[in-house]
Design a protein around this ligand. Structure first.
Ligand SMILES: Cc1cc2nc3c(=O)[nH]c(=O)nc-3n(C[C@H](O)[C@H](O)[C@H](O)COP(=O)(O)O)c2cc1C
Length: 150
């Protein structure tokens, strides 16, 4: 059975939020019970304890990093709960080749997260292809978690 899935995002102008919505659509299409929420509305400990799959979205910020006032502390607080969790990362940027998502994924992987699919990136507002990739990301993470639990 598909487990509880959290899709948590930081988005300043709605670009990564649109990606998060597509990730949630993909996860729900596999039967997952999905929480879709802005990082400002959730508590890291609750997400870490209660969800089997955790997908995180954040736009590129600063110089090729995730946003530092909300998502960075959330992500750090989540780390102690990540061992064995099925995860994915995604986000929108202006010009990046993906450094902020790759380093974020590495940190979360080092904390114990399992990443069955590559990070998904969009430039500005996500186009059709990026939205499809987000749906696939949601599907893959949920399916892999389900396969591992049987
Ligand atoms: C303060 C600031 C820093 C940014 N830093 C980067 C960056 O390092 N690399 C990049 O590709 N885009 C950068 N951007 C562009 C945003 O990532 C881009 O506009 C993105 O689409 C915003 O998505 P959102 O609406 O989900 O926040 C930056 C934007 C701002 C406002």
């Amino acid at each position: 059975m598909a487990g509880k899935t959290a899709v948590i995002f930081y988005s300043s102008t709605g670009n990564t939020e649109a990606m998060a919505e597509a990730v949630a659509v993909g996860a729900r299409s596999c039967g997952a019970d999905v929480l879709l929420a802005s990082v400002s509305d959730v508590d890291a400990e609750t997400i870490g304890k209660e969800y089997d799959c955790i997908l995180l979205g954040c736009s590129a910020w600063g110089v090729e990093v995730i946003e530092e006032a909300q998502m960075k502390p959330f992500s750090k607080k989540l780390e102690p709960f990540l061992k064995g969790k099925y995860m994915g990362v995604f986000g929108s940027c202006g010009w990046s080749r993906g450094a902020w998502l790759n380093s974020w994924e590495s940190e979360l992987h080092f904390a114990g997260g399992i990443f069955p699919a590559a990070p998904v990136r969009a430039y500005g507002y996500p186009d059709e292809e990026s939205l499809k990739a987000c749906e696939e990301l949601g599907k893959t993470v949920v399916k892999e978690a389900e396969n591992a639990s049987v």
